[in-house]
Design a protein around this ligand. Structure first.
Ligand code: MIG
Length: 662
């Protein structure tokens, strides 16, 4: 049961697709303690839990911090980072015996004080008082999620090749450097499905151009790669370079497709290409126009994209820079004290993604002209929607890989997300594990973190351990920042250790893909917290470093350095599956606490009692997997397999589901 309560005149975000009439009765559960700003409060007791909030830091149970939902380009993902790239305003509240969900449909920032200031209170604050609030009742967390997901529409479904292992780096700047990556993966027999092209493939960072000196004819190169079973996935940035003669810039200016400043002139901000304009993705015509540009690349044989810098990220604007330079001039005489140094540091640091800038440009929408900050969280969502709507037109029956950095609920129908610029830190393996269920609650199923960590150098043991979580995430991508050490698997000794782990991923694809498709088509979760599956088991409820993947398996990856294994809690009897040197062995284990030894080149995961999962043989890429040659493992006798051609959109064909038996 889902009900909608309307406050003021909300902006139509298209986050919810179901037609839900406004309920005229008072908002249930919450007390409204202020109407401007809008402040909602809820009493909690110690055992009550709050779940959700999608891409955010800290635990699966969100208690104990003040979160903000404001799409932010912040590469410091620490315990005290209030907002990350996505703004996902859905929570599930477990309050004593009752459980309900709440979705705050508003495109600007909201603050959630989740039992942080007061241990017994959830306080939600929004300066924007025009908002739809949806309240969802249900018998369980899963039930609430299903009802919510039905209202927001089916999650994005990628092509099956997007479940393969993929390699990225900022940047493989020439065709030869990509060839070299492929040669090394193939040469070491490590499966690989795609290589990403980061910003340097473009001509001076101009969207929809290709540096032909470095890549030659991209159509030819894409074809060459495809022959080796590799797809190329280029990045697209939000900002359009200001450059005379550049068609995207010229068309955008001519047609008024860019965001405007106070005076109505195209707004200027500096990002990778230098000074840019931001396409006004909230203007449907501009969205259509920008989307059509993706065809330039699909016509060259490109089948996937990643959209970046679409919070939108801003390095600086002329306004900010002028102000900072004034200060430097002022301080060029007199004593240069530490206070002055700190002031300048803050001033220059604050040029990036500044609130003053976000408040100084405008969108021209069918609902009127709006200040950017009032619609901020819709920007990346609508950039990605523009791409997805075009791809749908380009080939209506073909799936494309598409994922974005910034997001908002609603975008989950169009693409996946990756979790942005993490670090080569052990704690970021655990952070990834904990963020995934919340993303699923909010509709984002196709996701994954940069394996090995984006910032800083990745050590061999970190990469191995990170892969042992990564083999279960739908998006499995190794990515690293410029300036960091080379992080491809073959850069480390004993490459066979990496090969064995990635081969296990490919063996699991029939299972992972089935579970993904079932979750997408029925509004279920792919990553499930133990608390949702075993709500009456107190220990399970509080175990946040293990997850269920689909309906059959549980994972408990190692996320600390120099560990020989870890403690694992089994809420029920399970079969431990151990991959060692490419061989699988099985051990039936009783429910309860165990210390499980897991050397860094081995993988252990668990199959639940009475259940079975299919495995195929590994192959060099997903297209060459033999998905008919399946072996069932586990104590169960059958498994419901979802299988299709992995590329067309005939998802609901009943012949896609079949029961396979031992
Ligand atoms: O300011 O394109 O999160 O994955 O490699 C950095 C370069 C811009 C940020 C993305 C990252 C990508 C990088 N981009």
């Amino acid at each position: 049961m889902i009900k909608k309560y309307v406050f003021g005149t909300p902006f139509v975000t298209d986050s919810v697709v179901a037609d839900i009439p406004a309920d005229k009765s008072a908002l249930p559960y919450f007390s409204i303690t202020s109407s401007s700003p809008l402040v909602l409060e809820l009493e909690l007791s110690e055992e009550d839990a709050i779940y959700g909030l999608g891409e955010s830091v800290r635990g699966i149970n969100k208690r104990g911090f003040i979160y903000k939902t404001y799409c932010s380009d912040d590469p410091n993902h620490t315990e005290t980072t209030a907002s990350l790239y996505g703004a996902h305003n859905f929570i599930i509240i477990e309050q004593g015996e009752r459980m309900f969900g709440a979705f705050f449909d508003v495109p600007s920032v909201i603050t959630y004080d989740v039992a942080s200031t007061y241990k017994d209170k959830l306080i939600i604050t929004s300066d924007n008082t025009d908002m739809n609030i949806f309240i969802i009742d249900g018998s369980s967390a899963y039930d609430i999620v299903r009802t919510f997901r039905k209202a927001i529409g089916t999650s994005y479904i990628p092509p099956m090749w997007a479940f393969g292992y993929t390699q990225s780096r900022w940047s493989y700047a020439t065709a030869d450097s990509v060839r070299n990556v492929v040669k090394n993966y193939r040469g070491n027999n490590i499966p690989l499905d795609a290589v990403y092209m980061d910003i340097d493939y473009m001509e001076r960072y101009k969207d929809f151009t290709v540096d032909s000196e470095a890549f030659g004819d991209l159509s030819e190169f894409a074809k060459e790669m495809k022959e080796q079973g590799i797809r190329l996935v280029p990045i697209i940035d939000a900002g359009v370079k200001i450059e005379e003669g550049y068609n995207v810039y010229e068309e955008g200016v001519k047609n008024g497709y860019f965001c405007t400043d106070e005076e109505g002139k195209p707004f200027e901000a500096c990002v990778w290409p230098g000074m840019t304009h931001f396409p006004d993705f909230l203007n449907p015509e501009a969205r259509l126009w920008f989307g059509e540009k993706y065809k330039i690349l699909t016509d060259m044989g490109i089948e996937g994209f990643w959209n970046d810098m679409n919070e939108p990220a801003i390095f600086h604007t002329r306004r900010g820079m002028d102000k900072a330079q004034e200060k430097i001039k002022e301080y060029s005489t007199g004593e240069f004290t530490i206070d002055r140094l700190n002031e300048l540091k803050d001033l220059f640091g604050g040029l990036q993604n500044s609130q003053e800038d976000y408040n100084s440009f405008y969108h021209n929408t069918p609902q009127g002209r709006f200040r950017h900050n009032d619609l901020h969280n819709l920007y990346g969502y609508n950039m990605t929607r523009s791409a997805a709507e075009e791809l749908e037109k380009t080939d209506p029956n073909k799936r494309y890989l598409l994922f974005s950095r910034a997001s908002c609920i609603g975008m989950h129908r169009y693409s996946g997300i990756w979790t942005g610029d993490n670090h080569a830190w052990w704690s970021h393996i655990l952070a990834e594990l904990k963020v995934m269920p919340g993303l699923n609650m909010c509709g984002f199923l196709y996701s994954g973190a940069d394996i090995g960590g984006f910032n800083f150098d990745c050590s061999r043991d970190l990469l191995l351990r990170w892969l042992s979580l990564g083999i279960f995430t739908p998006l499995m991508r190794n990515h690293a920042a410029c300036g960091t050490r080379n992080q491809e698997c073959y850069q480390y000794e004993n490459t066979e250790d990496f090969r064995h782990i990635i081969e296990l991923r490919y063996r699991l694809i029939p299972y992972l893909y089935s579970e993904y498709m079932k979750a997408a088509l029925s509004g279920d979760m792919y990553f499930k917290p133990l608390a949702f599956e075993y709500p009456d088991d107190k220990v399970a409820r509080h175990t946040e470093d293990q997850l269920l993947i689909g309906n059959e398996i549980m994972i408990a990856p190692v996320y600390t350095q120099n560990a020989i294994g870890r403690y694992v809690y089994l809420p029920e009897d399970m079969t431990a599956v151990r991959m060692s040197c490419g061989e699988l062995t099985f051990e039936d284990m009783k429910s309860g606490h165990h210390f499980v030894e897991i050397p860094e080149n081995e993988i252990v995961f668990f199959i639940r009692c009475g259940k079975a999962i299919p495995l195929c043989k590994s192959a060099q890429n997903t297209d060459s997997l033999n998905r008919d040659d399946l072996e069932l493992i586990g104590t169960g006798n059958e498994y419901e397999l979802y299988t299709d051609d992995g590329i067309s959109k005939d998802y609901n064909n009943p012949s896609n589901i079949r029961t396979i038996r031992k």
